[in-house]
Design a protein around this ligand. Structure first.
Ligand SMILES: O=CC(=O)O
Length: 308
């Protein structure tokens, strides 16, 4: 009953040592050193290949190294293989910190201030207080709720949209297709933290931007596939969207000549908002593995029919 790590060798080495100490009954191996492939019941990976899946005929559970699972080609997996995403304090905290930074940066017009520094105009822009700014979250899962908790004491007016109804203290919530228009109409800053599925691909598009207040801002810390990049460029150029902070793009990184790279109203970061931490994720992984071995459900269980 072996667990196989497939990814960054430094992380694999560190985790192998911690497993040997804390969960010695589950041998921990690092790809490509799989030993007897028949023994591997558990795989922890960021992406999948046919070569890996073919080498593991008795695989039972795939653990994602990340919070999302869309980067794993799940069609390679037999239907019975359970998929568990990573829920760990390192990702949650770094994501909440990043979103807080991004919301504050857009709230205080940082892109325009930086552009003003570069051009030497140093514009004296009107200043609003947090209680005058409406921040809306698309996606109210683990990461969205953590960011909301961090932002809440600053005083922003918080709202959220999700596929099915959610109640969160201090947050005005909307759901489903019917709730989308009303939600968007009151987003001065929109934060996307949705899982990427067939339904959410391209959700940040011309039609969505048109329903937001003129000059509203966008933060995408989910996946590049949520955003129709050409629609964003058009919305930025028309002033419908005032500024954007994008931690993800298609592809990553964007080509050097891409219009978003040099756009004065856009901040791009290299998919670094929420980071799986070597020192915290290993304990979350061991907890999830212990629960799985005891036949229990875990918070990160993925419904493979829904994709999240
Ligand atoms: O994008 C990062 C993750 O899925 O954790």
């Amino acid at each position: 009953m072996t667990i196989l790590h497939c990814g960054d060798p430094a992380r694999g080495k560190a985790w192998a040592e911690i497993f040997a100490r804390d969960l010695p009954q589950v041998p921990f191996r690092c790809w490509p050193d799989i030993g007897d492939g028949q023994e591997v019941r558990y795989l922890i990976a960021w992406t999948l290949s046919e070569e890996i899946i073919t080498a593991l005929p008795n695989l039972e559970v795939l653990f994602s190294i990340g919070a999302g699972v869309d980067q794993l080609d799940l069609s390679l997996l037999p239907d019975h293989v359970r998929v568990v995403r990573m829920i760990e304090p390192g990702i949650t905290t770094t994501m909440a910190e990043f979103v807080t930074m991004a919301v504050l940066a857009l709230h205080r017009d940082l892109p325009a201030l930086v552009a003003g520094q570069r051009s030497g105009t140093f514009p004296y822009l009107p200043v609003k207080m947090a209680r005058e700014r409406r921040v809306g979250f698309m996606g109210l899962g683990e990461l969205g709720q953590a960011a909301i908790r961090m932002l809440s004491p600053i005083g922003f007016r918080l709202s959220g949209w999700s596929r099915s109804p959610r109640q969160i203290e201090g947050v005005t919530t909307f759901h489903g297709a019917d709730g989308m228009g009303t939600f968007l109409a009151q987003c001065d800053i929109l934060v996307c933290l949705l899982p990427l599925t067939d339904e959410t691909r391209g959700i940040l598009c011309r039609d969505t931007f048109a329903q937001m207040p003129k000059g509203a801002c966008l933060i995408n810390v989910a996946r590049g596939g949520h955003l129709v990049q050409d629609d964003l460029i058009e919305a930025l150029d028309s002033g419908q969207i005032g500024a954007a902070m994008l931690d993800v793009s298609t592809p990553e990184p964007l080509p050097e000549t891409h219009a978003l790279r040099a756009h004065p109203a856009v901040f791009l970061t290299p998919h670094i908002a929420g980071v799986t931490r070597i020192d915290t994720a290993v304990y979350a992984l061991m907890d999830a593995l212990r629960a799985v071995m005891a036949g229990q459900s875990v918070a990160g269980d993925i419904d493979r029919t829904k994709g999240y």
